[in-house]
Design a protein around this ligand. Sequence first.
Ligand code: MG
Length: 270
Amino acid sequence: MSGVDTALWDLKGKALGVPVVELLGGACRDKMEAYASGGWANADKIGEQLNGYIEKGFKGVKMRVGIMDKTVAESVKRVRAAREAIGDDIKLMTDAHGTFSVPEAKQFCRGVEDCNLYWFEEPISPDNRHGTAEVRASTSIPIAAGESEYTAFDVRDLIEVRALDVVQPDSAIIGGITESMRVAQLAHTYQLELAPHCLGSAFSFMAGVNVAFASPAAVVIEFSLGGNPMMYELVNEKITVENGMLSAPTAPGLGLTPNWDFVHEFKQKI
Ligand SMILES: [Mg+2]
């Protein structure tokens, strides 16, 4: 459903010669901040790693925490080291990929409460909605989630139990651009921030970018600095971030064409 829906929006945009964002009502802004997503280094190296992203022009960075650190104390130590190294003016996000327990997530939040985190993403299993709400109630750090949800109904449930500050639909999972826009409307109505998750491929990335530009609730968009052939080799176009900013889409549809050599190389016979 997600793939077909996204392809139909792309097709319609290409048929009419306009970017998908125009079909969604038009861009709310000319440019949008992209934040660098990465941050896997240990406490000694995390500052250097994040400052490397900042040198590329990014004004926001996200680092991983949670099970990879073995203990909550280690996650806290890495975040504190990161904040100290990058200074106060850079947005700093953390993502636990759902790997903390509820008490661990609360302990983590208490340990970094004064680090001015822009958000804490998927603190615990996203399936545990009431648990996520419990973590959120225990801290002033904004809680982000949504990349693992299917349909706007799931996101509505998360919002209704007051689990979220930042909503992150992934168009490749949630049900395409149509369903992402329903989530964008929910975010706007509940005065939450929208930050589409869009790292599955170049197509889902541009789907998320078009939705983000069309929604007044969106503030920043994730740009992964990890390796991802589906993002960088699947299409002929280069997706570029300049000085930490993405420009509003102007090319028809999603602005992408498949690199057929890459597609044929990995095609499966069925
Ligand atoms: Mg995430």
